[in-house]
Design a protein around this ligand. Structure first.
Ligand SMILES: Cc1cc2nc3c(=O)[nH]c(=O)nc-3n(C[C@H](O)[C@H](O)[C@H](O)COP(=O)(O)OP(=O)(O)OC[C@H]3O[C@@H](n4cnc5c(N)ncnc54)[C@H](O)[C@@H]3O)c2cc1C
Length: 455
């Protein structure tokens, strides 16, 4: 078995956004590091794929301008290629489009009066009752929107997205989405009309000209491709006396533990420990689930499907969301044609995860045609893409399970956890860059002597 005795300060496991963000900040601090990525390319669940003249991302991604320091890094990396995009999103419901996030005036226009009156009454009562601490996502949605609206637009959708009854999902899955239909918004809209709407209803966001994956391509260039080992699957984390001593890659290459940043899914990292983790912790890990995504990509012989950044589908359709890449950047498709990406959430044992290309295309095509969104003769091509570990499933009580597993892994003195699946939290690119910055700062503080030679 070959043994690589390295002087590396940092072994970064996984070359998705978290692994690359860690490499980026390690490079800035001139720390020596190496990234081990199982796949043939970096970017994880945040890649942009090319198909002929079309570009599309592995799911509907945008960059959120929430951390000024991280946004400044993005501007540094992308320069003029970081676009400010204005593209709204909508919900497809009963053959019509409804603004998302929900907007009271739009709803009043689109719903029949009896339903609108019932909803208004429910929302008013819900808001007057105030918010006691909700026990589940269902409680939180009903408390914010009232029963009818929550059921129509949120609970059905969430059940499809997470594959779980919303009363078993944590209130945390709502993220920052359950804003926008409170009394404040109602008053703002009533007094100031559409122009006074909350900024997030306007659909403004940042996005790289050639797709979200450009961020990570640029990071990979900046940190040096020679520091990234693709095709390197971490298979075992060998520990002794409270430290990770060796890492096995592809089952045979052995790397000195040094300092480790793991961005591997939390439960995967736990199962790789050698000697194994305590049985009760492995049992906890077995009850924690990740939702995967199948993407169905259609190339269409028409200039656009819609003007939306994303369209959400709370109904019977197998997909939860359609995203049209050229509505984020014109460079993503030829002027007269477009690519749309349908997101189908599933578990690995669901039929869609292993469904053959032809059957999947038929099912999705039939649904699009039935919805009146696409005509058969417009379809130029279809392919599917698998996105594993897309979302940690935040069931009620997930915090305690995630804490138990993460605390155990963090008890190894040289092991740090970073990223969405590694921390079992619903984090985004800007969160991950912010966390990578602090993690690397902490590591650099503890190992000041080991620097790369100055260029
Ligand atoms: C559909 C969708 C839409 C999203 N939209 C947005 C958005 O609009 N804005 C936003 O900011 N964020 C968005 N996100 C979130 C963002 O994509 C994730 O936060 C991000 O991908 C997480 O990065 P990560 O590195 O933690 O994990 P991942 O992207 O999962 O990367 C993990 C990497 O580790 C590698 N790996 C796994 N096991 C091993 C192993 N044993 N050995 C070596 N390598 C391994 C994988 O191949 C992968 O490359 C979205 C996510 C999804 C799924």
């Amino acid at each position: 078995m070959p043994v690589v005795r390295s002087d590396l300060v940092l072994n970064i496991l996984g070359g998705g956004p978290a692994g690359l963000a860690a490499a980026y900040y390690a490079g800035k601090r001139r720390l020596a590091f190496r990234v081990y990525e199982a796949g043939e390319e970096v970017g994880g669940n945040c890649r942009t794929l090319r198909w002929g003249d079309f570009l599309f991302d592995t799911g509907a991604h945008r960059f959120h301008d929430r951390d000024p320091e991280v946004t400044a890094e993005m501007r540094l990396l992308l320069g003029d290629d970081l676009l400010e995009v204005h593209s709204p999103s909508q919900i497809r419901w009963n053959g019509t489009f409804i603004d998302f996030p929900l907007s009271p005036f739009d709803l009043l226009r689109k719903l029949d009066w009896p339903s609108a009156a019932r909803i208004a009454g429910e929302v008013f009562r819900a808001r007057v009752r105030g918010t006691s601490t909700p026990a589940s996502f269902r409680d939180r949605a009903v408390a914010a929107y009232g029963e009818t609206l929550a059921q129509t637009f949120l609970l059905n959708y969430s059940e499809k997205l997470w594959g779980e009854d919303p009363s078993r999902l944590s209130p945390e899955v709502a993220g920052k989405r359950l804003r926008g239909l409170d009394l404040g918004t109602l008053l703002i809209e009533a007094l100031g009309g559409k122009q006074r709407k909350n900024a997030h209803l306007d659909g403004a966001f940042l996005y790289p000209r050639y797709g979200i994956g450009t961020i990570f391509d640029r990071v990979a260039e900046a940190v040096g491709p020679e520091n990234i080992a693709c095709g390197s699957r971490v298979t075992r984390l060998v520990h002794e006396r409270g430290r990770i001593r060796r890492i096995l890659v592809n089952g045979n290459l052995e790397i000195d533990g040094a300092t480790v940043i793991s961005t591997l899914p939390l439960t995967v990292a736990l199962r790789q420990l050698d000697p194994p983790a305590p049985a009760e912790l492995l049992e906890v890990a077995n009850s924690m689930r990740f939702r995967h995504l199948v993407l169905g990509v259609f190339l269409l012989d028409r200039p656009r499907l819609s003007a939306n950044a994303s369209i959400y589908f709370p109904g019977e359709q197998p997909y939860t969301r359609i995203y049209e890449s050229k509505n984020r950047s014109a460079q993503m498709a030829p002027a007269r044609q477009t690519a749309v990406v349908l997101e189908i959430p599933c578990y690995a044992d669901d039929a869609h995860w292993s469904m053959g290309e032809e059957r999947l295309q038929l099912e999705l095509r039939d649904s699009l045609v039935r919805e009146g969104l696409v005509r058969d003769e417009e379809i130029l091509g279809f392919r599917s893409v698998r996105v594993p570990f897309a979302y940690p499933v935040l069931e009620v009580g997930f915090e305690e399970k995630a804490r138990l597993v993460a605390d155990y892994l963090r008890s190894f003195q040289n092991l740090h956890l970073l990223g969405r699946s590694a921390q079992f939290q619903y984090s985004h690119i800007h969160d991950i860059f912010g966390q990578a910055r602090s993690t690397v700062r902490e590591i650099a503080g503890s190992q000041p002597g080991r620097l790369l030679p100055t260029a």
